[in-house]
Design a protein around this ligand. Sequence first.
Ligand SMILES: Nc1ncnc2c1ncn2[C@@H]1O[C@H](COP(=O)(O)OP(=O)(O)OP(=O)(O)O)[C@@H](O)[C@H]1O
Ligand SMILES: [Mg+2]
Length: 505
Amino acid sequence: MAPFLRMQGITKRFPGVVANRDVDLEVDRGEIRGLLGENGAGKSTLVKILYGLFHPDEGTIEIDGKPVRIRSPRHAVDLGIGMVHQHFMLVPTMTVAENVALGLRENHSPFSRLPAVARRVRELSQRYGLDVDPDDLVEDLSVGLQQRVEILKLLYRGAELLVLDEPTAVLTPQEWHELAQTLRDLADHGKAVIFISHKLDEQLEASDWCTVLRDGAVVGTVHTDDVDKADLARMMVGRDVVLRVARESLPPGEPVIEVSSLRLESKDGRTVLDDVSFEIREREILGVAGIDGNGQRELVEVIAGVHQPSSGTIRVCGRDEPRLTPQRFHRHGGAIIPEDRHRTGVALDLTITDNLMLKDFRRLPFARRGITAVSPIREHCEHLVAEFDVRTPGTSVIMRQLSGGNQQRSVVARELCGEPTLLIAAQPTRGLDVGAMEFVYDRLLDHRKRGGATLLVSTELDEILSLSDRIAVIVGGRFVRILDPDDADDETLGLLMGGAEIAPG
Ligand SMILES: Nc1ncnc2c1ncn2[C@@H]1O[C@H](COP(=O)(O)OP(=O)(O)OP(=O)(O)O)[C@@H](O)[C@H]1O
Ligand SMILES: [Mg+2]
């Protein structure tokens, strides 16, 4: 019998890049297929072809043994192909059932059929163990549950193959295990699943088979029972990857930032940051561990001068800063790798050069008496692209055309190249492949060695544990504990992050 999906000889070219080269991929019902590969290897392109967003230049696609030409996402849905997007496409103020009904085609007024939709949603939710109530408002749901609503939407529309492109960046570890279980339940019920993730643990836990791409071509397909993390890393990068970092002990220097009793209230009077105090000295990395949404974003924005705190004081390099602004933060030698690169990190419609120069285009040697100096800019950008290994045909390419991980690499390049005194690194390796992750860790440690201070905000406990000199656990906008990394492990941090009361010591 033919597999559900058979892609053969798929080639897709963009100007200056072959994103997919002669790719063969077969995925059968009941199977979870992992896709793995470096940033820019062609994973997203391949699944976008499947979803009708791009057309291949060469190659054929068969669904259930029948050749198809997938014209559009709508056509893909008709063929039983569903895609869970990284940014959810849900209307927060509507219920689950209303969201599922939205955009249904078979009737003119889907809402008149809401009770029927709700019934079917409840049925599907039960069959696949999704535990979603059709009458709940989407805005009241956790991120993990919202993702399940996205999956329900696909199941409702008859998806036989579900494609998830980096679905786990926004999930807590608990939510990830639940998603892995959901994927398994889907496969057990005969669905096919394609799962893209850079996290090797996740591939080993969730996928049955893993197909590795490099430079657009398939390097190989392995059964996840037969390999370990090091094998997968070697297949994707073509060399051994050191997955552990060696942080040498360095004596801390002068305080770079001193924060005391910081409070921030939201417009509706909620306390978002509550009595936060800390200092970071030269050659120190303060790691902030916490579940997403516990005030990390607001803390970063206050330190970077985007928001004024409601009360509390901030001293930078020994001087009081009663009104910190982004300009003053920058002038003090502050740099920031923001968490949400699409909102604040990059300008998607500008070129790579424009993005790399965003902060520096007015200063020497890039501008002289207000006139832009073209060749220093070109040399600087070409140097950064090479050093930070941004995979692109050239620096005049529009940012939107880079793969997700390569956009992140550009942000890291721009923020680290000026040798900042204070670096805020928020989820600095989100979306990066293991090779790039290793590189960013090295650069953060370089920055530390040069005397820089770092505020590292991350939901990845491994990252926090291996890089930090001290670890602050944030819960509900409060630092509930500041620990020495030697006294911390996954489990302690996990418990503290979840709000457990653990006696210090
Ligand atoms: N619309 C586009 N126009 C031009 N080039 C593109 C476009 N989309 C993707 N590319 C290029 O195709 C290549 C593959 O990109 P793709 O997004 O498929 O990589 P990826 O494996 O998903 O990487 P990542 O892990 O960073 O998400 C990259 O070199 C990228 O720059
Ligand atoms: Mg991608």
